[in-house]
Design a protein around this ligand. Structure first.
Ligand code: 7TS
Length: 413
């Protein structure tokens, strides 16, 4: 396959210069990092923001009159406003800082879920969910004698919307669905899913872990009630993430964790909880992480999420074309609306062997069940090899991946 680059949407070599980790050799070959779905690499501006915070402003937030604490608090609060803008939420009070996507979903399951679910009630998820969007609901349903209902998918990896319609009943208390599948790359029709749920008075949580880093997300346009994502997949630090929730819903929810910062006043008899968003941010938060996330949001916003989306879509089309032309390679996930994730299996070759051989070529992909075992069962495979792309990847790197796959075929021939 020849590489014919169309007019560049963004200056990839300039972007790559911003990511120090990309400029190294692995096993004697230039690193080709295609595991952004697991975690993204960090631009220098994010690394600098972390170092600068710890070097100049390190202090606790929301509790000091001294200058450093005020500076840290201002930076922390500014990052919340940046996040609100990034998601187009209506207010900063709707932005809760959490540890990551997993933590955000657990918060909603513990707080909203425990408050609203009763015996015989139902929660709808889909076949393509990450374990983080299965287990919190499964355990909640077990506790409450409620039931988990699963939207099936077709062989391309698309939700069967008619089946979803059938699953929505007066017993449905929540729909929790991924925006983009971490294995298939499928982009789900969230607006439609939300509309169908809302017409029956059912709220919707969207797992945006694989969407927020790759496309513009407007929570008001999507109409969803909750939206969660992880900072580390958005070119920011690990240990920080975001839960967006509609004000009225969050306001009516009990706190998830209890302790400092989430209170207005405490006596031994009772506690008055703090206002949003602090009611859900007990304890000293990940201040550096929040500031780093703010820097990451600045970085992608400067490039433009639509620009990132368009560029990555071009990479995806090229990658799909290249991989589907290799004999013995089967792509898992061929939805018409798809993000830049390429999962594949190879006849008679275990995905771990694919990953190990590609690593010797300097290519980093993820192999395994990708924390989506029910989805693996749906496709009848124990695991896949997955190349997940970002705007710092290039068509030339996809060519290297193709050569690497040829090498795998050679080894097993
Ligand atoms: N939801 C989806 C759709 C994900 O892809 C992931 C992580 C999570 C939730 C959990 O995010 P966390 O930041 O709380 O861990 N997905 C992956 C992956 O695909 N490979 O490694 C982690």
């Amino acid at each position: 396959m020849t590489t014919s680059n169309p007019a560049p949407i963004l200056d990839v070599s300039k972007i790559r210069a911003d990511f120090p980790v990309l400029h190294q050799k692995v096993n004697g070959k230039p690193l080709v990092y295609m595991d952004t779905g697991a975690t993204s690499q960090k631009p220098q501006s994010v690394i600098d923001a972390l170092v600068r915070y710890y070097t100049e402003d390190n202090s606790n937030v929301h509790r000091g009159v001294h200058t450093l604490s005020q500076r840290a608090t201002e930076e922390y609060d500014t990052a919340r406003s940046k996040t609100r803008q990034f998601l187009n939420a209506a207010s900063d009070q709707e932005i809760i800082f959490v540890k990551g996507t997993t933590d955000g979903i657990n918060l909603v399951a513990h707080s909203y879920g425990r408050q609203h679910l009763g015996p015989g009630d139902e929660i709808i998820i889909s076949t393509m969910e990450h374990h983080s969007n299965i287990i919190p609901w499964q355990v909640l349903c077990q506790e409450k004698a409620a039931h988990l209902r699963i939207i099936p998918i077709n062989d391309a990896g698309e939700l069967l919307i008619d089946e979803y319609e059938r699953l929505l009943t007066p017993r449905t208390k929540l729909v929790s669905i991924t925006h983009v599948s971490n294995v298939l790359g499928t982009i789900n029709p969230i607006e439609q899913i939300v509309e169908m749920a809302h017409s029956r008075g059912v709220p919707v949580l969207v797992d945006g872990a694989q969407a927020a880093p790759h496309m513009a997300v407007d929570v008001q346009k999507l109409g969803c009630d909750f939206y969660v994502f992880s900072g580390h997949k958005l070119y920011g630090p690990t240990g920080i993430g975001v839960l967006y929730g509609k004000f009225d819903l969050l306001e009516a929810m009990p706190p998830y964790q209890l302790g400092s910062d989430m209170i207005k006043s405490v006596t031994f008899e009772s506690t008055i909880y703090n206002d949003l968003p602090y009611k859900f941010e007990a304890g000293t938060p990940h201040i550096a992480g929040v500031i780093g996330l703010g820097a990451a949001i600045d970085y992608v916003s400067d490039i433009g999420m639509d620009c990132i989306d368009t560029y990555e879509h071009g990479l995806l089309e090229y990658g799909m074309e290249c991989l589907s032309s290799i004999g013995g390679v089967q792509i898992i996930g061929t939805a018409s609306e798809k993000s830049a994730i390429l999962s594949f299996v190879m006849d008679g070759i275990h995905p771990h062997d694919i990953g190990t051989i590609l690593d010797t070529e300097g290519i980093a992909i993820r192999t395994g069940h990708h924390c989506a075992q029910p989805l693996m069962d749906r496709f009848g495979v124990p695991a896949t090899a997955r190349a997940s792309l970002a705007f710092y990847n290039t068509r030339e790197e996809i060519d290297v991946l193709v050569k690497g796959i040829d090498r795998v075929l050679e080894v097993f021939s």
